[in-house]
Design a protein around this ligand. Structure first.
Ligand code: BV8
Ligand code: ZN
Length: 231
């Protein structure tokens, strides 16, 4: 698969591209965290029931991401962005900052970001790298005093800026998807939109994703090995 100068490439990444950096994927760890299913912790219901548990989960995720280094997959995508400029659009389901730390300048985190928090009322995200592991000292908003939550899109919540995603999807000539099981919508449905438009759709990962039938090409292998070959 080669990209031509006039191509517009839409890239969607998932937890698999951070796997080589040591960050747990959702399915790889059997979808479990300290015995909790991620779907049971990354939800508004879990937040209402036990904000301390949710903050412990995201504090651990912040700690793991701070200790991780970007890998060759992140670097290859940052390089591709440099070569293609605004013909390159990177949308990630990941909440870690490894794409940015590898040099990617324009990254759309459709499911939020680990290193930002927001007041449940004021809703304006702000940079936050703190760990909140003491249930008695959960963060509250300096402006209005209400609870501060992770700036993360939980199950049942609407992904961020879907309009810009679908606008980019409409004008792409190639969709490249890497490191995602295709189990969560609407992200897993992007390939169906691209397939209906008849553009080239490529998947990169060690195993076929659940939405494999919608891809025109499947390059089986770790993203760290396959993505650098695209340059
Ligand atoms: C929405 C942030 C409405 C959190 C995430 C019933 C009840 C409630 C909701 C639903 C329901 N049924 C369906 C839904 C909708 C739901 C959904 O799809 N649920 C699933 C479980 C069925 N979706 C939602 O709730 C979404 N919102 O629907 O709102 C709406 C929608 C549109 C318009 C209007 C209204 C919001 C979902 C977002 C949830 N938040 N992340 C956090 O990080 O803590 S989701 C999270 O899981 C990821 O972000 C990702 O999206 C998803 C799956 O993770 P993957 O990245 O794919 O990782 P996974 O572990 O699954 O797979 C790893 C892959 O990597 C594997 O394929 C593996 O082979 C590969 N791999 C491994 N090693 C490597 C590798 N690849 C390359 N190289 C390697 N070395
Ligand atoms: Zn507030």
């Amino acid at each position: 698969m080669r990209f031509e100068a006039e191509d517009r490439v839409f890239v969607l990444t998932g937890a698999g591209v951070s796997a080589a950096s040591g960050l747990a994927t959702f399915r790889g760890s059997g979808g479990l965290w300290n015995g909790h299913r991620v779907e049971d912790v990354a939800t508004p219901e879990a937040w209402e029931a036990d904000p301390g548990l949710v903050w412990r989960f995201y504090s651990m995720r912040r700690r793991d991401a701070l200790a991780a280094q970007p890998n060759a997959a992140h670097v290859a995508l940052a390089e591709l962005e440099k070569q293609m400029g605004d013909r390159f659009y990177l949308c990630t389901q990941n909440v870690d900052d490894l794409h940015e730390r590898a040099g990617s300048e324009r990254v759309h985190h459709m499911h939020g970001t680990l290193f930002e928090s927001r007041c449940v009322w004021c809703e304006k995200p702000f940079a936050d790298r703190a760990f909140y592991e003491d249930g008695a000292a959960l963060p509250v908003c300096a402006e209005c005093g209400r609870a501060v939550r992770p700036h993360i899109v939980w199950f049942g919540e609407v992904p961020l800026d879907l309009n810009s995603i679908f606008r980019e999807l409409e004008r792409a000539t190639v969709l490249l998807v890497a490191g995602t099981s295709g189990s969560v919508y609407p992200a897993a449905g992007f390939v169906d939109v691209a397939h209906r438009r008849g553009i080239e759709t490529i998947y990169v990962g060690p195993e076929e994703p659940l939405n494999a039938r919608a891809f025109s090409e499947i390059l089986l292998g770790p993203a760290t090995e396959v993505l650098p070959t695209l340059l």
